[in-house]
Design a protein around this ligand. Structure first.
Ligand code: ADP
Length: 938
C-alpha cells in the first residue's frame, strides 16, 4: 500500500507541476500574443501622443475576459492610455517598485517581461517602431480562470490517486491472504514446536510456490530433528540401561571387594598374629637356646679351670669353641629376626673409632695369624676418631667382613682401610673397606651373597661353614647407619674387597696428641716383606713424625744399617718382622747386636699372638722388644716412646693380647642370693660364683627370693632370673624394693640375668627396680665385671646404692678446671678407675647414668605437675644416689633437696629446683664425657 501510495503521490505531484507550469506558460503566451496585436496598433497613437487612439487600441481587450487592466506608457514612462474591465471601479495597478522599474523603465527594446502575483499576471511588452522602443504595453490578467482550471486538474489527479489506492488496498488484502497467512502459520508452527519441544508437528502447505518450498524445507528439518531426537532418546534409554547394568556390576564388584577387604583384614590380623607369634617364638627360642648354651659354655669354662690333661684340655677347648660358634649363630639368627621385625635400634654413645677398629682386628688376629695371614688396618690421618654412634654394631659389621675375609683367604693378607669421605660441622661420612687376597667371588654370585641365607657357592657351607646370614645382617646395619649398601669388588682367585660407607656424628674437640717427646725425626728402619703391611706400618710411623726407611729382607736391612754407619747417619730403631721368607728375625737381631757399631740400636720385633709365649720368654734376653700384631697405633707410640726415653721397656708385655680363656678370677667374697629356676643354670652360675669366692644361696623362683630377703638374711647381691614360675623376677624385684622402702633399708643390688635378648628387656629390668642387667649366656669374666662395681667397698654404683653424697668440698680435681672440680668429684672417679677394667666400668656407669636419668627427670616433671609428692621423693632419692655414684656430688645434693621437698609434701619450689638441676645435669654429662675421652686417649 505504501509503495503504491508513494508512487501515486509522486506521479500526481509531477502531473500537477506540469499542469501548473504549462497553464501559466500558455497564459503568458496568450498575453504575449495579445501584446503583439495591440502593440503595433498603438504605435501611431504613441508617435502622436494620441490618447484617444491609444484608448481605442486597448478597448479591443474588452472581449477577453481574463484581462482586467491594460496600460500604454510612453517611452518616458508616462501613462498614455488605460483600460479597465470594470470601468465603474477601476483598480489602480499596484506593481512592486522593482518590478515596475524592471518592466516599465527598462531600455531593452524587445524585452517582454512578466511577473506573477498571487491573483494576477503582469506582462509588459515594449512597443517598437523602426527598431526603436517608443513605449510599453502593460497587460494585467486575472488568474481566476487559470486557478479554476488548475483546481479541476488537481481534483482529477486526486480522484485518480484515491481510486488507485483503493484498488491497491483491495489487491494487497487479497495478496496478504495468499502470502502472509502461510508465513504466519509457519511462524506459529515454529513457536509451537519450540515451546512444546514436539518435533512431530508439521506446517501445512498451501501452495507449490517458494513458500511451499520453505514449508517443505521446514518440515524436512523437523523430520530430521525428530529422527535424531528419537535416536537420542533411544540412545539415552540404552545408556540408562547400560548405566544400570554397570551400576549393578559395580555394586557386585564392590561387594566382592568388601569381601576381599574383609578377607584381607582377617589375613592381615592373622599375619600380625603370626608375626607376633614369630616374635614371641623368637624370644622364647632365643631364651630356650641361650639357656642350655649358658650351661654348655659355663660348664666348659669351669671345666677348663680344673686340672686337666692336655688331651682333655683340647677336648674342652673344642667344646668351648663349638659352643661359641653355636652361640654366634644363635645371635645371628636373633639379630636377623630383630632387623626383620624392625625391633633393632642403634645405640648412640661416644666412642673412639681407632680403638674400635683395632679391637675388632685384634679379635681376629689369632685366627688370621694361625692361617699365616697378615692382618692390619690403615686409618687415614684425617679421620676424626672421636665419634658418636653404635660401636658394637659397627664392630659386628667389621667382624663379619673380617672373619669372612680370613675364612676365605689361604695366603696373603687382609687389610682394613678407613678413610674420610666428607665431613660437615656435626657429621662425618667414613668409608671402610676390607680387602683380602682370598678365593674371590664369581661375578654371577656377587649380587646374591647379600641375600639372607645365601652363599656364593653351595659347597661353601660344607667346606667353610657359615649360615649366609652375616652379609645380610651387615648390609641392614650399614643401611641403618645411613650408608646404603655394602659393595663388593672381587676377582675369583685374586681376592675381594668389601666396602661400605657410614655416617657418624663426630665430636668437635679432638684430643691433643699424646706424648711424642724425643720421637720427631728419629730414623727408623722398617723391615717387612709384605708391601701392604709395610706401607701401613710406614704410615703409622710417619704419623708419629718419625723418619722411616724400609727394607724388604734382612739382608737388605743389614746393608742399609751398615751404610748408615758409614755415613754416620745412624738409625735408632729397627722395627722388624719376626720371620720373613723362611728366615728367622732373631738371627738377624743377634747379628745386629753382635755388631758393635749397631749394638745401641733398639730392636722391636712384631709377633703374632700365637707366638706370645715365645715372645715373653725372649723378652728376658733383652735382645728385642716385642709388639704384637696387628700393631695398635697407641702401642707403637708407647713402645717407641719408652725405648727412646729410656723408660722400662718391659711394659711391652701388656701390649700382647689376652689369652682366649681369661679365667683369672677375683675374690669377691660376698653373699649372693641366686634366684634361678633352671637347674643347669643354677649349677653353672653357682660354679662361677664359687670360683669368684662368693657365698651363694639359691631361690628357685621370685617368691622364694622375696621370702629369703624379707626374712632377714643380709645379702650383698641378688642375681635375679626374669622368667620364673610362680613369681617372675620383675615382680619379685618390685616387692623387694617396696619392702626396703617400708623398712628404710639400704637397697640391695639386684642384677637381672636373662636369656631374652630382645629390645626393651634392659629397660623393663631397670624399670622394675633392678640395678643392672646381664644377658645369658655369660662368661665368668662378664659376671665378674658386672658384679664387681656393685661390691667394691667404697664405690657402690648404680641407682639405689650410693651412700649419702658427701660435701663437694675437699675433692681433688684437675688443677685449673674449677668448673669440673665443682661438678664432679675426682676421688669417686679414681675409685672406680682403680677397679679391674676401671675405665670400661666408668664408661659403662656413665653411659647408664646418662641413659637412665633423662626419663626419670621427665617423670619428675610429671609428678610435680600432678603434685605426687611420694613419687617425687622416690625418684629424687634414686637420682641423688646415682649422681653421687658418678661423682656429681653437687647435683646429688640438689636431688637430696628435692627429695626433702617430696618428703615434706611441699612442692612449691620443686619445679624451679628441677630446672636448675637439669642445667647442672647437662654440664655434669659433658664433664663426664670429657673425662672419659681424655682417659681413653692417655
Ligand atoms: P657366611 O659367611 O656365614 O656363609 P655371609 O653372609 O657372611 O655368610 O657370606 C655369604 C657368602 O658370601 C659366603 O658364604 C661366601 O660364599 C661369600 N663371601 C663372603 N665374603 C667373602 C670373601 N671375603 N671372599 C669370598 N667369598 C666371600
Amino acid at each position: 500500500m505504501l509503495t503504491s501510495g508513494i508512487v501515486l503521490v509522486l506521479i500526481a505531484i509531477g502531473l500537477a507541476f506540469y499542469e501548473y507550469t504549462t497553464f501559466r506558460q500558455s497564459l503568458v503566451d496568450k498575453l504575449v500574443a495579445l501584446g503583439d496585436v495591440i502593440g503595433p496598433n498603438s504605435t501611431a497613437a504613441l508617435s502622436f501622443d494620441d490618447q484617444v487612439d491609444a484608448t481605442e487600441s486597448l478597448s479591443a481587450l474588452r472581449n477577453i475576459s481574463h484581462i482586467v487592466q491594460a496600460k500604454i506608457y510612453t517611452h518616458e514612462g508616462k501613462e498614455l492610455a488605460e483600460y479597465h474591465m470594470d470601468e465603474q471601479r477601476p483598480r489602480p495597478i499596484t506593481l512592486p517598485k522593482n518590478v515596475w522599474q524592471r518592466l516599465v523603465l527598462s531600455d531593452r527594446i524587445f524585452a517582454t517581461q512578466h511577473h506573477f502575483l498571487p491573483s494576477n499576471l503582469y506582462l509588459l511588452q515594449s512597443i517598437v517602431l523602426d527598431k526603436e522602443k517608443i513605449g510599453s504595453l502593460l497587460l494585467v490578467s486575472d488568474l481566476r480562470e487559470l486557478n479554476e482550471k488548475l483546481y479541476r486538474q488537481f481534483s482529477l489527479i486526486g480522484l485518480v490517486m484515491a481510486s488507485a489506492l483503493v484498488v491497491a488496498f483491495l489487491l494487497s488484502a487479497k495478496f496478504q491472504r495468499i502470502i502472509s497467512e502461510p508465513v504466519v502459520h509457519l511462524a506459529r508452527t515454529m513457536s509451537t514446536v519450540s515451546t512444546e519441544q514436539n518435533y512431530a508437528i508439521r506446517a501445512e502447505k498451501h501452495s507449490q510456490d517458494e513458500l511451499g518450498a520453505l514449508i517443505d524445507g521446514f518440515n524436512a528439518m523437523l523430520t530430521q530433528i525428530q529422527i535424531r531426537d528419537e535416536a537420542l532418546e533411544e540412545h539415552r534409554e540404552h545408556l540408562e540401561h547400560q548405566v544400570e547394568m554397570r551400576t549393578a556390576e559395580l555394586s557386585r564388584a564392590n561387594n566382592e571387594l568388601e569381601q576381599y577387604v574383609q578377607e584381607l583384614r582377617i589375613a592381615k590380623e592373622a599375619a600380625e598374629a603370626a608375626s607376633k607369634a614369630k616374635s614371641q617364638f623368637l624370644a622364647t627360642m632365643s631364651h630356650e637356646l641361650r639357656t642350655p648354651m649358658n650351661g654348655v659354655l659355663g660348664m666348659t669354662e669351669l671345666l677348663w679351670n680344673t686340672d686337666l690333661t692336655s688331651r682333655q684340655r683340647r677336648f674342652v677347648d673344642t667344646t668351648y669353641r663349638s659352643g661359641q660358634t653355636l652361640l654366634a649363630i644363635i645371635n645371628d639368627i636373633l639379630d636377623f629376626s630383630k632387623i626383620e621385625s624392625g625391633k633393632l635400634e642403634l645405640d648412640r654413645v661416644a666412642f673412639d673409632l681407632r680403638h674400635t677398629l683395632e679391637d675388632t682386628i685384634e679379635l681376629l688376629a689369632d685366627r688370621a695369624h694361625t692361617k699365616g695371614l697378615e692382618l692390619a688396618c690403615m686409618i687415614h690421618g684425617d679421620v676424626p676418631t672421636r665419634v658418636h654412634g653404635d660401636p658394637l654394631r659397627l664392630q659386628q659389621i667389621l667382624t663379619n667382613l673380617l672373619s669372612n675375609a680370613v675364612k676365605f683367604t689361604e695366603r696373603g693378607e687382609v687389610i682394613v682401610t678407613l678413610a674420610k669421605l666428607e665431613m660437615d660441622a656435626d657429621r662425618v661420612w667414613l668409608r671402610f673397606s676390607v680387602r683380602d687376597t682370598g678365593i674371590g667371588i664369581a661375578p654371577e654370585a656377587q649380587s646374591h651373597i647379600f641375600a639372607s641365607f645365601s652363599q656364593a657357592d653351595g659347597s661353601t657351607t660344607r667346606k667353610y661353614g657359615g649360615t649366609g646370614l652375616g652379609l645380610a645382617i651387615s648390609n641392614q646395619l650399614v643401611d641403618m647407619m645411613g650408608g646404603g649398601q655394602i659393595e663388593v669388588e672381587s676377582t675369583p682367585g685374586c681376592g675381594s674387597t668389601f666396602s661400605f660407607t657410614i655416617r657418624l656424628e663426630h665430636q668437635s674437640a679432638d684430643v691433643t696428641p699424646a706424648d711424642r717427646q724425643g720421637m720427631t725425626g728419629v730414623r727408623v728402619l722398617l723391615v717387612h716383606d709384605n708391601p701392604a703391611i709395610g706401607a701401613i706400618l710406614e704410615h703409622q710411623l710417619t704419623m708419629l713424625q718419625m723418619s722411616v726407611e724400609r727394607a724388604v729382607s734382612y739382608t737388605q736391612a743389614m746393608e742399609m744399617l751398615e751404610t748408615a754407619v758409614q755415613q754416620e747417619n745412624l738409625y735408632r730403631i729397627v722395627l722388624m718382622e719376626r720371620q720373613m721368607a723362611g728366615q728367622d728375625g732373631l738371627t738377624f737381631a743377634h747379628a745386629i747386636k753382635s755388631t758393635s757399631a749397631l749394638a745401641a740400636l733398639h730392636l722391636v720385633m712384631l709377633v703374632p699372638v700365637s707366638l706370645r709365649q715365645e715372645a715373653i720368654e725372649s723378652q728376658h734376653t733383652g735382645l728385642v722388644k716385642w709388639l704384637s700384631k696387628p700393631v695398635r697405633q697407641s702401642h707403637l707410640q708407647q713402645c717407641l716412646h719408652a725405648l727412646l726415653n729410656g723408660l722400662d721397656p718391659e711394659d711391652s708385655t701388656r701390649h700382647l693380647p689376652q689369652p682366649a680363656h681369661p679365667i683369672a678370677s677375683a675374690h669377691l667374697n660376698c653373699r649372693v642370693l641366686l634366684t634361678e629356676d633352671n637347674l643347669v643354670n643354677q649349677e653353672v652360675t653357682l660354679g662361677i660364683l664359687d670360683t669368684l669366692n662368693c657365698q651363694v644361696e639359691i631361690a628357685n623362683n621370685g617368691r622364694e627370693a622375696v621370702t629369703a630377703v624379707t626374712h632377714g638374711t643380709d645379702y650383698d647381691m641378688i642375681l635375679m632370673d626374669c622368667q620364673m614360675p610362680e613369681m617372675d623376677g620383675f615382680e619379685a624385684t618390685r616387692q623387694i624394693r617396696q619392702w626396703e622402702q617400708e623398712t628404710t633399708r639400704q637397697p640391695i643390688p639386684i642384677i637381672a640375668l636373662t636369656a631374652n635378648a630382645m629390645e626393651g628387656d634392659r629397660e623393663r629390668c631397670l624399670q622394675a627396680g633392678m640395678s643392672d642387667y646381664l644377658s645369658k649366656p655369660f662368661t665368668l669374666a662378664q659376671l665378674q665385671d658386672t658384679l664387681q662395681p656393685w661390691l667394691a667397698p667404697e664405690v657402690k654404683l648404680g641407682g639405689q646404692l650410693a651412700p649419702e653424697p658427701s660435701s663437694p668440698s675437699g675433692t681433688a680435681a684437675e688443677p685449673g678446671d674449677e668448673a669440673a672440680e665443682f661438678l664432679i668429684d675426682r676421688n669417686t672417679l679414681d675409685t672406680i678407675l682403680s677397679l679391674n677394667n676401671g675405665l670400661q666400668t666408668l664408661s659403662k656407669v656413665v653411659r647408664m647414668y646418662m641413659e637412665n636419668v633423662p626419663p626419670v627427670i621427665h617423670s619428675l616433671h610429671d609428678a610435680i605437675d600432678h603434685e605426687n609428692a611420694a613419687d617425687v621423693q622416690n625418684m629424687a632419692h634414686s637420682l641423688k644416689s646415682s649422681s653421687g655414684n658418678v661423682g656429681a656430688l653437687s647435683l646429688a645434693a640438689q636431688f637430696k633437696e628435692l627429695e626433702g621437698m617430696g618428703r615434706k609434701h611441699n612442692l612449691e619450689q620443686a619445679e624451679r629446683l628441677l630446672a636448675q638441676i637439669e642445667t647442672e645435669y647437662e654440664a655434669v654429662c659433658h664433664a663426664l664425657l670429657q673425662e672419659i675421652a681424655e682417659l681413653e686417649t692417655t
